[in-house]
Design a protein around this ligand. Structure first.
Ligand SMILES: Nc1ncnc2c1ncn2[C@@H]1O[C@H](COP(=O)(O)OP(=O)(O)OP(=O)(O)O)[C@@H](O)[C@H]1O
Ligand SMILES: [Mg+2]
Length: 298
């Protein structure tokens, strides 16, 4: 009883001290700030990862968050293509020490920043120790961000797993197609077997036609994962099938901006709110992420 009271008093005193510090404009940080790392992945390709990564990032930016999208995918529809941007430099230049990571970050008109991937970077496994150290050192430059959203390639290569293992949230995308569902289960299985103290696994069902369809698909994945892998997968929402997505890709203008009232954009908004409100167990934060990238066993 006594202890509880003291703890509460201590908490209150601490909070007050932080508030006073902020009010006085003292420069020392009132609390430790670390980026929340989210990976966007899928088992099957072409299920909407890149579109979700970008539009989700824009949604966060619109509520005042600092967001960096890192392209760890070398597919055709990659981050800069969807945004209609041709970056001069990419991660290859960082690894080859021609540029610092902070120098290759591109500001966009959408309030988000992007980091372009590189073919030389396709496999972290190909990097030698020194190159990997350069990369990790560069990543530290991103500590100002609120969110780092990593668009990974489809499937479960070691490359993808290295990013996933260090993330706070592993957001898995599926569509209602049976093949996509099976592959989503496959990637969840790989994450659980490859990492203890791994990320919080979250599921998004993309391209649903009805709310019921979204719920049913999510339930299926969650039940199978619970039953066979004993892992908790959190359903964080669904995104409607919407022709604005294709149109936005063709126009190279993200739908969250060009069609804010569309069903797809509204779905993204829900997703963003859900993610922002979900507590996430910071199991090691940015430090864990950097260590995972550095020490990833290939
Ligand atoms: N909600 C949606 N409604 C309609 N079409 C969609 C939706 N989401 C994605 N698509 C379609 O799927 C295509 C592929 O999307 P995207 O490039 O984001 O997938 P991806 O998972 O990143 O693919 P890859 O595995 O090749 O990287 C889009 O160009 C669009 O035509
Ligand atoms: Mg993609």
């Amino acid at each position: 009883m006594n202890l509880d009271y003291n703890t509460v008093r201590k908490d209150q005193a601490e909070r007050l001290r932080l508030i006073m510090q902020e009010k006085n404009g003292q420069s020392e940080p009132a609390y430790r700030h670390e980026p929340r790392i989210m990976t966007i992945s899928s088992g099957k390709g072409g299920v909407g990862k890149t579109n979700i990564a970008i539009n989700l990032a824009i949604a966060f930016a619109e509520v005042g968050k600092k967001v960096v999208v890192m392209d760890a995918d070398l597919g055709l529809a990659n981050v800069n293509v969807i945004l209609g941007i041709i970056p001069k430099y990419n991660l290859y230049h960082v690894i080859k020490k021609q540029k610092k990571l902070r120098e290759i970050i591109v500001d966009t008109q959408y309030g988000i920043q992007i980091i372009a991937g590189a073919s030389g970077f396709s496999q972290l496994a190909n990097l030698n120790e020194e190159e990997r150290a350069v990369f990790v050192e560069g990543l530290k430059d991103l500590s100002y961000a609120d969110y780092i959203i990593i668009d990974t390639a489809a499937g479960v290569s070691q490359n993808v797993l290295t990013f996933l293992k260090g993330a706070d949230d592993a957001i898995i995308i599926t569509t209602p197609e049976p093949t996509a569902i099976t592959d989503a289960y496959g990637i969840i299985k790989s994450i659980t077997t490859e990492s203890n103290n791994g990320p919080s696994i979250k599921l998004v069902v993309n391209r649903v036609r009805t709310v019921m369809e979204g719920k049913k698909v999510a339930e299926r994945v969650i039940n199978i994962a619970g039953q066979f892998l004993n892992v908790k997968v959190n359903n964080i929402g669904f995104i409607f099938e919407d022709s604005v997505v294709q149109r936005a890709v063709i126009k190279q203008d993200p739908f969250y901006r060009s069609a804010p009232n569309s069903k797809a954009a509204q779905s993204i908004k829900h997703l963003m709110t859900r993610l922002a409100n979900v507590e996430y167990a910071e199991s090691g934060g940015f430090g864990k992420f950097l260590r995972s990238v550095f020490r990833g066993k290939f």
